[in-house]
Ligand binder design. Structure first.
Ligand SMILES: CCCCCCCCCCCCCCCCCCCCCC(=O)SCCNC(=O)CCNC(=O)[C@H](O)C(C)(C)COP(=O)(O)OP(=O)(O)OC[C@H]1O[C@@H](n2cnc3c(N)ncnc32)[C@H](O)[C@@H]1OP(=O)(O)O
Ligand SMILES: Cc1cc2nc3c(=O)[nH]c(=O)nc-3n(C[C@H](O)[C@H](O)[C@H](O)COP(=O)(O)OP(=O)(O)OC[C@H]3O[C@@H](n4cnc5c(N)ncnc54)[C@H](O)[C@@H]3O)c2cc1C
Length: 666
């Protein structure tokens, strides 16, 4: 094929932008310093051949895993050589873009020891973990129990004679099953097990257990361990060694029980400390918060690919002598721009959630536990909302790219396969929304008793008003007023919450009500979480936003986010009498004009994510838009194209063809 000169097919598109893109890049990154770090790490990874990832879909499992080990070791070497800070290291990991055992080591094993260990335990274990002299994972889920943590079966029985715990898997269903990094890489795990002393069950707790020898990596006596097998998609999450683990009466010293929440004395007495027992779930709260931040990354990546390709791709019609760019079709805009708006919305709510998490952590250190339930509800709810939307959005972006979106070289199939388990891990999304609903029902039921709702539920203090207030929209332009929109989302959430609380009160046993009404409770929780995202976007816009035209673009995106939700959940808004059908129709008109406003800025708005072509890993999303020659190039790299006549021709194709010839002669 003729080599084409490098042409930037998106130059025209970029010249249409009506805002300062460099300023937007800084807003997206969360600050100037954050932008600089992110940009530097992205380039570092993109220029290093060890971090190549375009062959993942065709490597077999063993090669794939070995390659991941190689990349993780190389990343660690670079981190040490370049003396990278924690922030830089975690950005480097992000741009390497490959799930690995190190995620669980840094993302869960270290945090669980930090959060649930005593000072002595932290001093003993953390330095080894920080230097990666031991590799750890988080072994909670079992074959028979994932969502129901209280139902775990693994036992940790105290033996007062030897001052040890005996860790045991009493049944097949008690096998640990799923922990990332467990299958092949980890030397240690924090294992969640039932604490048994003197024949009494004291519920679950974490225990540090060594799994493999630090000399030859062989499993220690009594440990049965392996990988659980291939998962969804090629490449994708198969770089991770999710594992199984069974214990046959494995002994560990007493001081390997994580003792911040509960302690077991030398005599075998269980002492509950004064911190809330829910801190046992604290690592999950931390990770859920990071998953929300990650959702905006995955979503923006898919949206970047679909937006650039939509500007390059042309079908039907006539536009200056060419066919029409598909991005100019209203249907394409109405599917794509709400996703673009959601990417920005999730970015800002993720920033806020990080702040909330830091705030609750500081309070816990000062022994103020009052905001823990709200932090749990926010992390659980937003994890659920953002991952569900992102998973669906990646698939929608694939469809927005037509047939070529289905090719691995579009980057979208692998992104989808690697992302969808986020709807399940760290808490199934429905189970987590039910936690939010439970928190809302409790908050509403306590309103009369003088208990004041805090943080994101403060709006419930204005319950009487919200149950009756009409929507203040008279003309289309009223839909652009942030206070009108926020109040509408508050009213919808409050009305749905109260309606559900009333239905619940009709049950003599609350648990029966929760079972029967669980689908409605999930809708209530979703409405509340959407309110949080809308109001955090609005709050972000009340801050100082530097850069020409940046604020206007973000205001348009904020309105698109809120009004497209209104359109999608119109049934909720109409059935709670929050709006009239006339107002709904005005909102639809406003949405159309907002799409026109965003259209010339669309490419610049995705450029502001500052993704390298290496990170995007997509022929369709290339920065220069030079899609077609590169699609050919990628196709030619496929192993099937290595020979002109395929392997298997002589055994399987030729005989069939010859047989058909004979039949034809007959
Ligand atoms: C190379 C070098 C690099 C260098 C450095 C580079 C750095 C690299 C860094 C990389 C970073 C990558 C990041 C990691 C990536 C991770 C990937 C994914 C891994 C995925 C891991 C997992 O997948 S890991 C398992 C998660 N498995 C769950 O997620 C179970 C869900 N299941 C439950 O969580 C409970 O089972 C469930 C339902 C609550 C019922 O709990 P339950 O039975 O006790 O019952 P209840 O519901 O009654 O709850 C009783 C009361 O507790 C309250 N409460 C409940 N939870 C609470 C909580 N968390 N905090 C506070 N309060 C809580 C509740 O609100 C009630 O309060 P009240 O009584 O006041 O109403
Ligand atoms: C890729 C991946 C990585 C993982 N990594 C780890 C790890 O490192 N460490 C670890 O310990 N675990 C890990 N897990 C396990 C993960 O945390 C669990 O799979 C998750 O918590 C869901 O639990 P489950 O599999 O038991 O689902 P189930 O609870 O069996 O869910 C099955 C269905 O039942 C529904 N359901 C369950 N309970 C209720 C309810 N009360 N009300 C209504 N519906 C309900 C769910 O919505 C779902 O539709 C990982 C999982 C995956 C997929």
């Amino acid at each position: 094929m003729e080599a084409e000169a490098a042409v930037d097919y998106l130059v025209d598109e970029r010249s249409k932008a009506q805002f300062d893109i460099d300023a937007m890049k800084i807003i997206w990154a969360g600050g100037k310093h954050e932008f600089e770090v992110s940009d530097r790490m992205a380039r570092l990874v993109a220029s290093d051949p060890v971090f190549r990832k375009d062959n993942r879909a065709i490597l077999d499992r063993k090669e794939l895993f070995k390659n991941t080990l190689r990349k993780a070791a190389h990343a660690w070497k670079r981190i040490i050589e370049l003396r990278l800070s924690e922030q830089e290291a975690s950005k480097l990991r992000f741009f390497v873009d490959e799930p690995a055992y190190t995620d669980l080591h840094w993302g869960m094993f270290i945090p669980v020891i930090k959060g649930q260990g005593t000072e002595e335990q932290r001093k003993k274990w953390l330095p080894m973990a920080y230097r990666m002299q031991i590799i750890g994972c988080y072994a909670q889920t079992e074959l028979g129990h994932g969502s129901n943590v209280q139902g775990l079966e693994t036992t940790a029985t105290f033996d007062p004679e030897l001052d040890e715990f005996v860790i045991h898997s009493p049944t097949l269903t008690s096998s640990k099953w799923w922990p990332g990094g467990l299958g092949r890489a980890s030397t240690h795990a924090v294992v969640f097990a039932r604490l048994i002393t003197d024949g009494k069950d004291h519920g679950i707790n974490g225990f540090i257990v060594q799994l493999r020898s630090l000399d030859d990596h062989l499993p220690l006596p009594g440990i049965i361990i392996g990988d659980i097998g291939m998962k969804f998609g090629n490449g994708a999450y198969n770089t991770m060694d999710n594992g199984f683990l069974r214990f046959d009466h494995v002994r560990i010293p007493r001081d390997q029980m994580l003792m911040r929440v509960k302690q077991v004395t030398r005599e075998g007495k269980v002492v509950q400390s004064d911190v809330p027992w829910q801190l046992l779930y604290g690592t999950m709260v931390y990770v859920r918060q990071t998953i929300v931040a990650d959702a905006s990354c995955a979503l923006s990546r898919a949206v970047c690919i679909a937006t650039r390709y939509s500007a390059v791709r042309r079908q039907f019609g006539s536009q200056n002598g060419h066919e029409t760019q598909v991005i100019d079709y209203r249907t394409q805009q109405s599917r794509l721009f709400p996703l673009l708006a959601s990417a920005y919305a999730f970015r800002f709510v993720g920033e806020w959630l990080k702040w909330l998490y830091m705030d609750v952590t500081q309070r816990l250190q000062a022994r103020d536990f009052s905001t823990l339930p709200e932090a749990h509800a926010c992390t659980a709810g937003l994890k659920s909302l953002t991952t569900s939307v992102t998973a669906d959005a990646i698939e929608e972006c694939r469809k927005l790219c037509g047939g070529h979106g289905y090719l691995c070289s579009s980057g979208l199939p692998e992104l989808f396969a690697v992302y969808v388990p986020a709807c399940t891990y760290e808490g199934d999304n429905i189970v987590l929304l039910l936690q939010v609903a439970r928190f809302l029902m409790k908050t509403v039921s306590q309103l009369g008793s003088g208990e004041r709702p805090v943080g994101t539920t403060t709006y419930l203090l204005r319950l009487e008003h919200l149950l009756q207030c009409p929507c203040d929209v008279q003309g289309a332009e009223d839909w652009l007023k942030p206070d009108v929109v926020v109040q509408l989302f508050e009213a919808r959430s409050a009305r749905m919450t109260v309606a559900c609380a009333k239905s619940l009160s009709k049950f003599s046993k609350p648990e029966d009500g929760f079972m029967d009404l669980s689908a409605d409770l999930v809708s209530v929780a979703t409405a509340h979480c959407q309110l949080i995202v809308v109001s955090k976007f609005v709050e972000k816009l009340q801050q100082d936003i530097p850069g020409e035209g940046v604020k206007q673009q973000l205001e348009a995106l904020c309105s698109i986010y809120a009004l497209s939700l209104l359109k999608k959940h119109l049934g909720d808004f109409l059935s709670t009498s929050c709006i009239t059908s006339k107002q709904a129709s005005l909102a639809n008109d406003v949405l159309r004009s907002l799409y026109s406003q965003v259209r010339p800025n669309a490419i610049a708005l995705v450029d502001a994510f500052n993704y390298t072509d290496h990170f995007l890993g997509s022929v369709l999303g290339r920065y220069d838009g030079n899609v077609y020659p590169k699609l050919y190039e990628e196709a030619l790299k496929d192993p099937l194209n290595e020979s002109v006549v395929p392997d298997g021709y002589h055994e399987y194709l030729q005989p069939v063809l010859k047989q058909r010839l004979r039949t034809a002669r007959l």
